[in-house]
Ligand binder design. Sequence first.
Ligand code: PRT
Ligand code: ZN
Length: 303
Amino acid sequence: MPPITTPKDRLRLALQKSGRLSTDSLDLLKSCGIRVKSPKEKLLLHAENFPIDILFVRDDDIPQLVMDGVCDLGIVGTNVLEEAALERRTNGTAGGYFVERSLDFGGCRLALALPEEKPYAGVKDLQGLRIATSYPQLTRRYLDEQKIKAEVVYLSGSVEIAPRLGLADVICDLVASGSTLEANKLRAVETIFKSTAVLLRNARELAAEKSHALEILLRRLDGVQKAADTKYIMLHAPKASLDQIKKLLPGSENPTILPLAGDDTKVALHAVCSEAVFWETMESLKKAGASSILVLPIEKMML
Ligand code: PRT
Ligand code: ZN
């Protein structure tokens, strides 16, 4: 079979076909203005209005596809990426890649957890135990760093039931809300890795057309991510407390000040805040004399 090569003028991006990262990954493309018709019915889809093709696969295959250059880009959790990278380093088949952007979804942590009733005073208590995990490389690395000798057993799924089945004393699994651990009467005792979804990129230099497309994609992506952290705030402020109110606005420069029809004592203030606007901030603004405070989301930004 001839090697699979990527076209010279279209980027190829690997996405999880069906799972926790799928919707967020597709939503991100959509916010970047990239239209993909009826996803998931096909393995490979061409975006309608951008030079990018999307390959839908299992998340475990994404690091390899990018490292081997079958895809230029991929969206995957750093848990899966680091596990694959460690495995490749062990086998001596490490491929060139780098993390182009961290994304603000898919957050979770890889944690060691043991039955609630089992006493635990510190990592030393793991000595000699049997640990079930889908992440043997990351688990082994942690144990080596901590100089703990323990047996690592690989399970591809349902790791949380391993202690109940007598397969292991401890598990090392992904935790998000913690409800799976709770339902299985387990408690997390150590976080060994913090994960988030990332945009992964093959390290080879891209042909000019692809490089240009990637530049546009990254600029849009930065705009979307920046907009998500940024809010537009509008309020009415008494002229007398305007300076105090301006100081309370999180991460904003030079607000727009407009006269208010029919009221000489007040002005309208509009500002872009580059940091989160919490209820506490709004309460402080109100205390300082502001009224009609509106906080609006920003959809896109280009600075
Ligand atoms: O079929 P495919 O191989 O593509 O998917 P998958 O079943 O291997 O992965 P999937 O879709 O479950 O997760 C994809 C990625 O989402 C993971 O690799 C992580 O990067 C990220 N992610 C974020 C999570 C979680 N949060 C998560 N909570 N992946 C899995 N979980 C599981 C965890 O394994 C445990 O069973 O959810 C359970 C714990 O969740 P809480 O909320 O009860 O703590
Ligand atoms: Zn998977």
